[in-house]
Design a protein around this ligand. Structure first.
Ligand SMILES: [Zn+2]
Length: 506
């Protein structure tokens, strides 16, 4: 008996096919073949197949659950992972009972046997177009979490009504095979999750339009040992040798953190740039949102180059995660704002948005971003690799911009308004005018500060900007953003220095 399952061009179902394929590879009762756009399964012994698959599914079921100590009784108990949208019944002896019959050990074999009955009928499946006899379940979030936002998905093979996708929740026509693949996908150990208790979970699904490539990537996620699926709130390990997991502050920092670990452990060229991210809220009614992220090849190149050249091996751990926000009102680190900044820096880097990235580093009312001199070095490596290299200007010239940033920082010491002003510049004429203003303010600096800066840097930057603008008339904006980023950096370092000298007044 042969079954062919074609790619769905849908992140949930295609990851699902490969999750299923991985199981099939371990069974003796069948042979499975993977092509770029399908899997072909030949079942040699149906009875044995049902038996083997039942056992494999019950093993995989463990990925839906974590073990925790009960706060009151101190006994170990099972908890369903927060992002898994499968309804739960009352626990029995501290064990999770899932409403979905296929995940009830006493029913699993019976349901699997029905799925692989494969008798043809007059119904046509909404997801794969297969003709089949009887559904196991309707289409619903538990077997297809995109169900509520289906219209945003292109490429799902479905019936169209007046040219519009007309899929609704509780659509009847779901074939047993698609049901099985969909409901099984929750057990996939290669998806990345991050849960914020009481708020929401993120579930990251990698996506390629070629099943073989997607499979290679998923295999690497397992073999590199970078994920630990026994933890409840995150499955990204701090490093492959321990079981500890990361505590990233949001969606993008989680993704960046994953890339850091992946690049560190996987030597292969294959790396995913497309992701579907499910946002799954806490509470009984799950209004699932989906983000589709495409990370530029050039950004992935920056991460890889920094790692390979050993200039910045761990972009999240040694840079974004080590940026803090000091609140002058609290005279201490503000952790909420800190986590927000760490998340934003990760986000704008991944989205290749340097302007917003620099914005996140600006001093704010009542405080500023701070970091160590080691992290400053890492930030400079990132800026060089990410921004400067592609402008095709010599590295030495970057020093002039840095020095300019330092000048702005010194002038701004007691009042950061000049940094904001520079940041808000919209036209090149305004840019020249702010540079002139900086120049006018230079003589006002005391001697100690004057010794720390290089006033000629201003002229150098003006010259450099003129040259750059000749080649590309908008590129002055890059210079503006670079000065802002360096000014913010030196501003913070000066503040920090003062603070450690104990001299700062509020
Ligand atoms: Zn189907």
């Amino acid at each position: 008996m042969n079954i062919e399952i074609n790619a769905f061009n849908d992140p949930w179902m295609d990851n699902g096919i490969l999750n299923f394929y991985k199981i099939l590879n371990e069974l003796e009762s069948c042979e499975a073949k993977l092509t770029e756009n399908s899997i072909i399964v030949r079942i040699k012994d149906r009875e044995k197949f049902v038996k083997e698959l039942t056992r494999a599914l019950l093993d995989k079921r463990q990925n839906l659950i974590v073990n925790e100590e009960d706060r009151k009784t101190k006994m170990q108990k099972e908890v369903k992972k927060d992002h898994v949208i499968i309804q739960e019944e009352k626990k029995i002896d501290g064990k999770v009972v899932l409403k979905e019959e296929i995940y009830k050990p006493e029913k699993t074999a019976e349901i699997i046997s029905k799925v692989f009955d494969l008798s043809e009928g007059k119904n046509m499946c909404i997801l794969c177009g297969r003709k089949y006899n009887k559904s196991i379940k309707k289409l619903q979030q538990a077997n297809y979490p995109f169900v509520t936002k289906i219209a945003s998905l292109s490429g799902v093979r479905s019936y169209k009504d007046d040219g519009r996708l007309s899929l609704k929740e509780y659509y009847d026509n779901l074939c047993p095979i698609c049901y099985f693949i969909g409901i099984l996908e929750w057990t996939d150990e290669t998806l990345i999750y991050r849960t914020f208790p009481g708020e929401k979970s993120y579930l990251f699904m990698p996506y390629f339009d070629n099943l073989k490539e997607l499979y290679e990537f998923k295999k690497l996620c397992i073999y590199t040992g970078i994920l630990n699926n026994a933890e409840r709130y995150s499955n990204i390990k701090v490093n492959p040798n321990t079981q500890d997991v990361e505590n990233t502050p949001g969606e993008y920092s989680t993704l960046l953190c994953f890339y850091e670990k992946f690049v560190e452990s996987a030597t292969d060229e294959i790396i995913v740039s497309n992701w579907a991210v499910l946002h799954i809220p806490f509470g009984a009614v799950k209004n699932v949102k989906i983000d589709f992220l495409n990370i530029n090849e050039s950004i992935l190149g920056v991460i890889k180059n920094l790692k390979e050249s050993e200039r910045l091996e761990r972009i999240y751990s040694d840079l974004m995660r080590k940026m803090y926000f000091f609140s002058q009102n609290k005279n201490n680190t503000d952790w909420d704002i800190t986590r927000e900044i760490q998340e934003n820096l990760s986000k704008y880097f991944l989205l290749d948005d340097f302007r917003s990235f620099t914005n996140s580093l600006l001093p704010k009312k009542g405080g500023y971003v701070f970091f160590s001199s080691e992290v400053k070095q890492n930030l400079e490596e990132l800026i060089f690799e990410w921004r400067w290299r592609k402008m095709g200007v010599k590295k030495e010239k970057l020093d002039a911009i840095k020095n300019d940033g330092k000048i702005v920082a010194k002038i701004s010491e007691n009042n950061a308004s000049l940094i904001y002003k520079l940041d808000k510049v919209r036209t090149i004429d305004d840019f020249w005018s702010v540079l002139r203003e900086i120049s006018r303010k230079l003589p006002g600096l005391d001697e100690k500060k004057l010794r720390e800066i290089k006033p000629t840097a201003l002229d150098e930057v003006i010259q450099l900007t003129k040259e750059i603008v000749e080649k590309n008339k908008d590129e002055w904006k890059e210079i503006r953003d670079l000065i802002v980023v360096y000014a913010s950096m030196y501003y913070s370092l000066d503040k920090l220095k003062k603070k450690s000298e104990g001299g700062e007044k509020k």
